[in-house]
Design a protein around this ligand. Structure first.
Ligand code: ANZ
Ligand code: ZN
Length: 834
């Protein structure tokens, strides 16, 4: 086929220009929200305005839109909103680099992206558009912050925090990836600062428990990542008395004692504890340290402060530490254990101190061997003794050297018994520990939501009253926003100096801004009540639409954004503002678009420019290519796909619409039955395929229908047959989920009014789904022994299985060995059994 000629016949660019204004006028995708139809909320992760749209956006939007458009066609009232996550560091850094104000840069990008989305033909409901950096939005982010604070869920504390020396801001634990700043890659250090936190830890157990509602509806790996991040460990607290040197800890007693609590998941190994380790950087270490060990500890601390948590937890590194020169008393047997400080125990996990059981914990064993500390086996697993082998044993076995535990063989009883005893003696208790930390939400940067609190010398921390919200960002145009350790807001005298809302005296505004994850933790609620002026959202609106039926976006948000949104939802639930505890019923993570096996990147020079491919092949071909490339969750290698092939297919489909010779409205029931069967089966299967999110297979089915219809026109029933019209109309409607411009063109050529996007899903005639059957003959040793009624499309394997299971055939084969089975599906099975 001459491709040039085909392109001339169907001008994709002209189609795009033609239909965009028509659709904008028709506004077919605005949710009616009038209760006339069942509602569906199709949510996609809103973009950062950091540049124009790229391949990744194109993919996620194309996939997401299949679902939204499908719901429209099925007759639902769909809410498919769009907005921008427009505060944040990436935009701020980019703006600084360009010497622009973040607002100028951000809003210009938003306009560019909005224009691209419109051209890309996504079925967004533009009337609900929001930007998190608009005062009318962040007023409510501030309002929510204050409600959280009233509930004790937002608080300020002084503590060591992750600090990015490059971005000059603190980072949440979650934003530190392998010791590096997630944004800029700089090595993260620690600093002592007063910071705001959300008390996510109060919700740790519920964040875990409610995941039950998400089983089978969210990808299992995302649930696993959430579970892992929350990190629930069952175990016990055990209290050890540490005998201090007189004078330490500010006491004057002759024999000062300090109780040190450890967290352990294996209290049953308590008799095997041979030393105690305190995190070198925990306050506790210097508090219990003997005076003559202080210098050594200080020197060691210098080193430890430079290490990342990843280094510290590594099992590969040689163990280091300092003997603190004091002993701890084991509560079960009175044994005195040396107390050490080391880096492999983290200050902010558990209690920051552990009992070391080298026989059954590898890191403890490595440490014991490095410093000549004793090893005592308390569980005999039948493996070599760790003391000799250097390999800690962690499995079950028989308890030995363990007082009254001796002879027990299962861990559960061992743990149970020890905990009981500790509790009776008041030396410990069973407990649950979480890896999850509170969410550090303050940032020392300009481009974020101001924290609505003022600091007054006489009243302390005072909330800005609701009627003074929003606390707007000062303009600061012309001010150098480069990070300098203090937020540019702190330096903005006029803004920072204010009146105390409580006493009217002079006060200072809190100059921190919120982590952008705060902004994105509730935007999906705001979409339900766009423009509401007396609340963040109307609980009634939210009740009608939420939880969102599907949430589509990248797996890079598998932990943080989803965890925080889940946390916000639970708090709002407790405040009585929403009546559900999980915001997103179903989650779909798309794969990445890569090129030649690698993520697209500037340095590799393998980036593919979305705008250019759209210019070359048109929107529809790009969308079709991305949807057809494979299952949505798989990566797409741009080198393996063919937008040119997609375009050719779209032209083939489009040409069908010009060949239909019957009039609109013609009764299809008189049409060619074979073609009708294919049409109806395709429509029927397409629905199932969309619902099970196998969009690529759905596209393949449309392609088959196009081919069958082409044959029917050229060499079958001919263009006048009403079945041909029925088939081509079905193609147009199905294609509208993926290639809206082409579908609209076809629809028009078929004599219909726009828009095909709201044409409605074709009615499936169930009777046409029943497959014809054919008779298959089963021969044994050349004699006909059975006849089977089977579908014409039966596979050889299925036919063989059915034949061999037939009672008559079974009877004739009794006592014989089948030597060979010859299958000629769907008509014949020949069994050779001498
Ligand atoms: C004694 C013991 C014996 C332990 C044994 C393990 C095995 P998860 O499951 O991750 O919660 N631990 C406790 N606090 C720590 C800290 N701040 N830094 C590093 N390690 C810490 O791990 C809990 C176990 O990790 C605890 O149980 C403790 O070692 C160690 F055969 O206590 B275990
Ligand atoms: Zn005051």
């Amino acid at each position: 086929m001459d491709e040039q000629r085909e392109r001339a016949a169907y001008d994709v660019v002209a189609a795009q220009e033609k239909w965009r204004p028509v659709w904008e006028k028709l506004n077919p995708f605005q949710a009616a929200d009038d209760g006339s139809k069942e509602r569906r909320y199709a949510l996609t992760m809103f973009p950062y305005p950091s540049g124009d749209l790229h391949m990744g956006h194109a993919e996620v939007m194309a996939l997401h839109d299949v679902v939204a458009r499908y719901w429209w066609q099925r007759g639902y009232d769909v809410m498919n909103p769009i907005g921008w996550d427009s505060f944040g560091l990436p935009a701020e850094n980019a703006a600084i680099k360009r010497d622009e104000h973040p607002a100028t840069y951000t809003y210009a990008n938003i306009e560019t992206q909005a224009e691209s989305f419109r051209r890309y033909g996504i079925s967004f409901d533009w009337s609900r558009r929001l930007h998190t950096s608009d005062p009318e939005y962040y007023q409510w982010t501030q309002w929510l912050f204050l409600r959280f604070r009233e509930r004790g869920l937002a608080y300020r504390k002084h503590s060591p925090v992750n600090w990015c020396p490059n971005d000059q801001t603190v980072l949440a634990n979650e934003q530190v990836v392998q010791g590096m700043c997630e944004r800029c890659g700089a090595e993260v250090t620690k600093r002592e600062l007063s910071q705001w936190y959300f008390k996510v830890t109060d919700y740790a157990q519920r964040l875990l428990d409610d995941m039950e509602q998400l089983e089978g509806r969210w990808p299992e790996r995302v649930l696993a990542m959430q579970r892992n991040w929350i990190g629930r460990s069952e175990g016990a607290h055990v209290d050890f008395d540490v005998k201090l040197h007189p004078g330490t800890d500010g006491t004057t007693e002759p024999d000062p004692v300090r109780t040190v609590r450890v967290f352990t998941t294996r209290p049953d190994t308590l008799y095997g504890a041979t030393f105690m380790v305190v995190a070198a950087d925990a306050k506790l270490a210097s508090e219990v340290c003997a005076p003559d060990r202080r210098e050594a500890l200080e020197a060691y601390l210098e080193e430890v402060r430079k290490e990342t948590d990843i280094d510290r937890l590594s099992t590969e590194r040689p163990k280091t530490g300092v003997d603190l020169g004091v002993v701890a008393v084991n509560p079960v047997n009175g044994e005195e254990l040396p107390v050490w400080a080391a880096d492999y125990v983290l200050a902010d996990y558990g209690t920051g101190a552990i009992m070391a059981v080298p026989a059954h914990d590898q890191r403890d064993l490595d440490f014991a061997r490095a410093f000549g500390l004793p090893v005592r086996r308390v569980i005999d697993t039948g493996e070599d003794n760790p003391e000799e082998s250097g390999v800690a044993t962690t499995g079950d076995g028989v308890y030995v050297n363990s007082g009254d535990l001796d002879g027990l063989t299962d861990k559960e009883s061992g743990i149970g018994r020890i905990i009981e005893r500790l509790e009776t003696d008041g030396r410990g208790k069973g407990t649950v520990n979480f890896r999850l930390r509170d969410w550090l939400l303050s940032r020392q940067r300009f481009w974020g939501c101001p924290i609505p609190v003022v600091h007054c010398d006489s009243c302390g921390e005072v909330a800005v009253p609701d009627d003074q919200l929003p606390v707007e960002l000062p303009d600061l145009r012309g001010v150098d926003l480069k990070p300098k350790g203090v937020s540019p807001l702190a330096a903005a005298e006029e803004w920072v100096n204010t009146e105390c809302p409580q006493c009217g005296g002079p006060a200072k505004r809190d100059s921190d801004t919120m982590d952008t994850f705060v902004d994105s933790s509730w935007y999906f609620l705001r979409y339900c009540s766009p423009g509401l002026t007396d609340g963040p959202f109307d609980p009634e609106d939210v009740r009608r639409w939420m939880p969102a039926h599907i949430y589509v976006g990248g797996v890079e948000h598998a932990i943080l954004h989803l965890l925080y949104s889940r946390f916000f939802t639970k708090v709002l639930h407790d405040m009585g503002m929403v009546d559900f505890v999980e915001p997103f019923s179903t989650l779909m993570n798309q794969g990445q678009v890569i090129n030649r096996g690698k993520a697209m990147s500037k340095s590799l020079g393998n980036g593919v420019n979305l705008g250019e491919v759209i210019d070359e092949y048109g929107v529809d071909a790009v969308r079709l290519t991305l949807v057809f490339a494979g299952p949505p969750e798989d990566d797409i290698d741009w080198a393996d796909v063919s937008p040119g092939g997609s375009l050719k297919f779209l032209q083939r489909a489009w040409r069908l619409s010009g060949d239909v010779a019957s009039a609109p409205g013609v009764d299809p029931t008189a049409g060619d039955e074979a073609l009708r069967r294919v049409t109806h089966r395709t429509v029927h299967e397409a629905a199932e395929l969309v619902e099970s999110r196998r969009f690529n297979v759905m596209v393949a089915r449309i392609m088959e229908l196009v081919n069958t219809t082409r044959k029917a026109i050229d060499s079958g029933c001919g263009p006048e047959d009403p079945a041909v019209r029925e088939a081509v109309e079905a193609v147009a409607i199905l294609l509208s989920l993926v290639a809206p411009y082409t579908a609209e063109e076809m629809w028009e050529r078929l004599g219909h009014q726009p828009t095909v996007a709201r044409a409605g899903w074709p009615q499936v005639d169930e009777s046409l789904l029943v497959e014809d059957t054919v008779t298959a003959v089963v021969q044994v040793q050349g004699k006909v022994r059975a006849r089977l009624e089977v579908p014409p499309s039966i596979s050889a394997a299925d036919l063989e299985q059915q034949a061999l299971a037939d009672p008559a055939v079974v009877r004739f084969l009794e006592g014989k060995t089948v030597r060979k089975v010859i299958v000629r599906e769907p008509n014949l099975v020949n069994v050779v059994a001498p």
